[in-house]
Design a protein around this ligand. Structure first.
Ligand code: DAK
Length: 260
């Protein structure tokens, strides 16, 4: 399958998905969203994938938002379809059974930041600028940004970013807990690959359960969230990988996990 605006590459267990529409700073139009959805589906269908990195092509932008030129023409019905597709992509990204990393290598604005927020981990280059400028277009974030940003940095900071529409730099993003690390531009992808390959050595079923429990537990009372954790913990004792992981430790060798 040939995609025009999204590339998918594998480096062993790590999938690299790149939004490749640099002339429009990788803005998300309906076609890009559709292709991103396809690429995520392909990465998930690849049995060996253990982690995924999402980034933008061109050195200037991760994703500069939803495509304003395309959105400006939308009828309400088209806006509804676009919104549905956007939510579908964010949900698919969030539900992938392995960890995902946003390598934010430039502008991550509007739908671009929303996309990064739907990833599990976020690393930024020194050139990154992150923001939700939708109110300057007289709309609000439409792909879950109000909710995911608030959950990531708290209500107060989310309000400031959403109400002013102003972008923050990578250092500020790290300070408020939106980015994990700020890297020199050229070091961003290598660092993300290093993290992804480290993750890929861990028990895949344990990663997928940890991801699921963190995500689902975040919106539950602690008592119920702890119950989710307890069940997932027990479930893992029915897997071959748990036996292999513990046996390998006792035998002082590296574990060979099989995702079973
Ligand atoms: N859409 C379309 N084209 C874009 C774009 C975008 N978001 N961002 C940049 N481009 C295009 C520019 O038009 C320009 O195209 P040409 O003129 O060369 O043809 C090219 O990319 C290069 O951009 P600039 O010339 O502007 O580059 P600069 O370095 O001067 O400025 C910039 C970079 C990122 C500061 C600037 O391009 C900018 O402000 N871009 C717009 C950023 C923005 O506002 N992003 C948020 C978009 S709103 C919803 C769902 C989702 C959303 C809303 C509703 N529903 C469910 C209903 C989400 C909304 C958004 O994401």
């Amino acid at each position: 399958m040939t995609l025009e605006f999204v590339t998918l590459a594998f480096d062993g267990p790590v999938a690299l998905v790149t939004i490749d529409r640099p002339k429009a700073l990788n803005a998300l139009n309906a076609q890009v969203l559709q292709e991103l959805d396809q690429a995520l589906g392909l990465a998930a269908a690849h049995a060996d994938t253990r982690a995924l990195i999402l980034t933008g092509e061109g050195g200037k932008a991760f994703v500069a938002g939803a495509d304003i030129a395309e959105m400006a023409q939308y009828t309400p019905a088209q806006a509804l379809a676009f919104s549905a597709k956007g939510h579908q992509v964010m949900a698919r990204l969030e539900a992938l059974p392995f960890p995902t990393i946003a390598a934010v290598n430039g502008f991550a604005l509007g739908g671009g930041l929303e996309l990064a927020l739907a990833c599990d981990l976020l690393y930024a280059s020194e050139k990154a600028k992150l923001g939700l400028p939708e109110v300057s277009l007289a709309v609000i974030p439409g792909f879950g940004g109000t909710q995911r940003l608030m959950r990531a940095v708290g209500k107060l900071r989310a309000r400031e970013l959403i109400f002013t529409g102003e972008a923050i730099d990578a250092a500020k993003a790290k300070e408020i807990g939106l980015a994990l690390e700020v890297l020199p531009h050229d070091a961003l992808l290598p660092r993300c690959k290093e993290i992804a390959h480290t993750i890929a050595t861990r028990g895949p079923l344990a990663l997928s359960q940890a991801k699921r429990v963190i995500e689902a537990g975040a919106d539950l009372p602690l008592k119920d969230a702890n119950e989710l954790e307890r069940q997932a913990f027990a479930l893992l004792f029915g897997t071959d990988d748990q036996k292999e992981g513990m046996r390998a430790f006792l035998e002082k060798r590296k574990a060979a996990f099989k995702n079973l």
